[in-house]
Design a protein. Structure first.
Length: 303
């Protein structure tokens, strides 16, 4: 598995012109032109057999994973080849593609952004457009991946997209509407939407109608499916307590039970260790203001 090897060895594996070779092979796969995708017995106009279509989907997914790994290994330097890959990946987000293809393509874009970090800046507008469209996709996994990609784009891009915040909030809002009967993908999408909104808050909270947003955001707590999104979520909570405490204090009745869940030593590990310490410090500060509520939530034991 080249992606796995690359993750372990790092960029040294790509020296001596190997990066160009790998990229060319991946490009051929995304274009459907690699040798293993050709059927010498097929005639033009023949329908693609179901087994062949499934094979192509698996192959394209593997190629997409490799692209994401390249972005992670190369970081901002991946900018030199991303311009070639973006339109090839984007075509798999088209409505006529399968749910699997669309979800994989949008998920790959999110992983690429995470790897490239600030290197994504020059591609902000086309990537934002792709994710915005995908947020209203009929498939919940596509919407979930789009919410993640949207959030990490806002977090990592140096371009100010706060003018688009209201449009994005409108697209993200339906993802928060889940019920106990909702699918796992829909539940996951809500967690990713919470992460996206949290990243927007940290990036530019002044551009957001916090009075309207926070009840919806905190109503999604505690996260139940994607604990990785607790990192941007609690970063936003800490940010608001530090910069705008008067806007967040009215919501402590929603926050305190969630704090108890993520700190529970008998539960799953839901919060990075650094944030556990920060959260305990925050609870200590709140204990000086609302000791009765802290005690009623069972949080005094952590002080």
């Amino acid at each position: 598995n080249l992606a796995e090897t690359l993750s372990k060895v790092g960029p040294a594996l790509l020296q001596g012109g190997h990066l160009n070779t790998v990229c060319e092979h991946v490009k051929q796969i995304l274009e459907g032109k690699s040798l293993c995708q050709q059927d010498p017995d097929a005639e033009e106009g023949d329908e693609v057999l179901e087994d062949q279509a499934e094979f192509d989907s698996v192959l394209i997914s593997a190629a997409s994973d490799l692209i994401a790994t390249l972005a992670t290994v190369l970081g901002p330097d991946f900018v030199q080849v991303f311009g070639t890959f973006l339109p090839l990946i984007a075509k798999y987000t088209a409505k006529h593609r399968s749910n699997t293809d669309r979800a994989s393509a949008i998920g790959t874009i999110g992983e690429i952004i995470t790897g490239m970090k600030g290197g994504i800046t020059q591609f902000t507008e086309p990537v934002l457009e792709l994710t915005f469209v995908a947020l209203s996709d009929e498939d919940p996994e596509v919407r979930s991946n789009a919410a993640f990609a949207c959030g990490v784009l806002i977090e990592n891009s140096d371009q100010d997209v706060s003018a688009q915040y209201m449009h994005l909030l409108g697209a993200l809002r339906p993802l928060f509407d889940v019920t106990p009967n909702s699918s796992q993908a829909e539940m996951h999408a809500r967690d990713n939407a919470a992460g996206a909104v949290s990243r927007m808050i940290v990036k530019n909270s002044a551009a957001l109608p916090l009075e309207q947003i926070l009840p919806v955001l905190f109503g999604a707590l505690p996260l139940k499916n994607d604990y990785l999104e607790n990192t941007p979520l609690y970063r936003a909570i800490f940010h608001l307590f530090q910069t705008n405490p008067q806007i967040i204090m009215p919501h402590v009745d929603l926050l305190l039970p969630a704090f108890a869940v993520v700190l529970d030593p008998n539960g799953e590990d839901q919060l990075i260790s650094e944030f556990r310490g920060d959260l305990v410090s925050l609870i200590g500060a709140l204990n000086g203001q609302i000791p009765d509520k802290i005690a009623a939530s069972g949080l005094t034991a952590y002080l």
